[in-house]
Structure formats: structure tokens, C-alpha cells
Design a protein. Sequence first.
Length: 365
Amino acid sequence: MRLFKPVIRARFAGVVAGGLAVAVALTACGGDDGSSSDAESTTDDDTTTVSNVDEWVAPEGLSGSITLYSANPQGLTDELIDAFEAKTDVTVDKYADVSGRITARLDAEWDNPQADLVYLASWGPVARYAGEGQVRPYVPATASEVNDGWSDPDGRFTGRDGSALGLVVNTELADGEPTDWADLAGPEWEGLVTMPDPRESGTARDLIAAMITDWGEEDTWALFDDLFANGLHVEGANGPALDRVLAGSYAAVLGGVDYSGYAALDAGESVAVVLPESGTTVTPRPVFIMESSENADAAEAFVDFMFSAEGQAISVGHYMIPARPDVPVGGGMVAFDDVAQLNFTWDEVGAAGADVLAEFVERYL
């Protein structure tokens, strides 16, 4: 396994702050694999907030309604919708759930699509929908400013924010801290580790596919063989997995999203967020317009707002890594360029995702 950059830890409160309503209710919610963000946090002068970035100006003449399917933290989705509706005459209807259930709903609606916009937590399914002709090509106005590798080369979808996967550790329960994935196969972690179920968590599935792309099948499955032999537990999506760690049922989440860990820190929980030294993923959360959208002008405007400095600041306020590196992360968060990443491309991960999931389920679940 390759080493890229030193391990990074975060274990202090006040991670993100400002005038946004951005703290945490650490229960599973009607959004992605993570947690909602509903209370206020403290103030930090280094934090990016909506009040200190350029305000997005909506084009004239937008009206009607659009429907957004979102597999992201509900507080983030709601704040984006509220800000966009305040600037336009467009009503945004929302369906929020975890990635697996949203993709199941999209598949069930194949002959009669209901969504105009889809904002997922995983790259692979979006690439599949694009390949099957369900995606209306659209390049956001600021697409040239996003992180390398976060734009579909054919202009069909773009990652608008992201999360690094790591090890979220209950420091009151754990006997020391791990520095890498394989550490959790040690005897001191026996029966104390959980992970999100890749059948529900798109980010967990992508992580396994990225490991296989970089390390190969033999080394990756050997790692998980050791982890499961050591009592690794699988627990729903990211929110439920982290809840079990905060409750003391387990000492660590393997493959937990960093934003949930930062939110727990900011809420005063005794946790550490460890980004493994051998590399991880920073999963871009892509947004795309459905080919069937009947209000494409409004859908395109919503996408442009999501990639504006104002829209990106809303993501930072909810502990997400922004797509645009010119929008800095909040104090205590780890920026995109500072995360040690596995060696892969999202095209490779997207192409391998379904097969990797099937193999994982057959082996362990």
C-alpha cells in the first residue's frame, strides 16, 4: 500500500462556525449517509460564511417549480433550497433519503421520472444514469474553478461538495488512536469497530472500489478478511454507524464521513477524526439535471447557485469540502489538497462499483 501524506487528525470543538445554522443532531435523517445540521455553532473568524462571500444573483424570469432528490444532510439541502427560493420565483420540492433508496426510486420511476435535479452522495450511480441517457448535459457557470477530477468530461454532471472518509473514534472508549485502516484489525479493536453498509452508503461502496483500484483485489479483500475476522460490524448508512459509536456500542467507525465527525466534535462529543495515512477518498457529491426536466431553466439556475461562492459557503457551513478551492474550509476542517488520497479515478470507481458491492455482499453479508 502506498503512503501519500502524513496522517491527519482533528479532535477539537468549534470546527466550523459563523452566522449559519450549522451544528448537529446526530441521528439518521432524511438525507444521505450522514447527520442533519440544525443548531447553531460558535463563531470563528477564519470560517467561510455566506456573509463574507459574493452573493449570487439570479437570472430574471425564473418561475414555476422543480423537484430535487437529495442524498445529503438535510440541513444543507434545506438551506440551499431556502436561499434559492428567496432569490427567485421558483418553488423547490424536495425528496431526501439515503443514496441507495434514492437510486431505487429513480430506477422505479424510469418510465415516468419525477425529479428535475438529483444531488447524490456517490459518483458511480450518476455515471450510470448519464450513460443510460437520463442526464441532461449542463456545465455550471463556474465549472472551470472546481477541484480536478470533479467534472464529468462530457459535461453531464459535476461534484459540488465532498466528504473525506476516515476513522471516527470514540476517544473515551478506545484504547489509543489508529493511524490507518489495518490498525482496526488489531486485537485491541476486536469487536469494537463498525462501518456503514455499502448497500445503503454510496460513499462506503466507493471507498472499497477505490481501494481495489489502487491496491488490487488480493490486498483489499485480505484487509477486509482481517477486519471481519476481528469482529467488524456493518450498520446501515453513515448516520446510524456513527450513532452507535457515540453511544458507546463501538469504539470506531471505519469509513465514516468526516463532516459527521466534525459536527460531533463541534457538539462537544469525545471523538477523533483520523484520515488514514495510506490514503482514502474525498467523495465528490455530484449534481445533475434529469433529461426529462420540464423546467430546465430553473434547474440550471439552481445548479449555478450551488456552485456559486454563496452556495459553496453553505456547504462549508455544514462541514463539507467545497468543490471550489477558492472557497476555504472552516477552521479545523481538512482541505481537499491536504487529504492523503488513494490512487484512482472516479471513472474507475464508477465502473467497478456494482461488481465490488456484489463481491463484498457475497463475502461478508
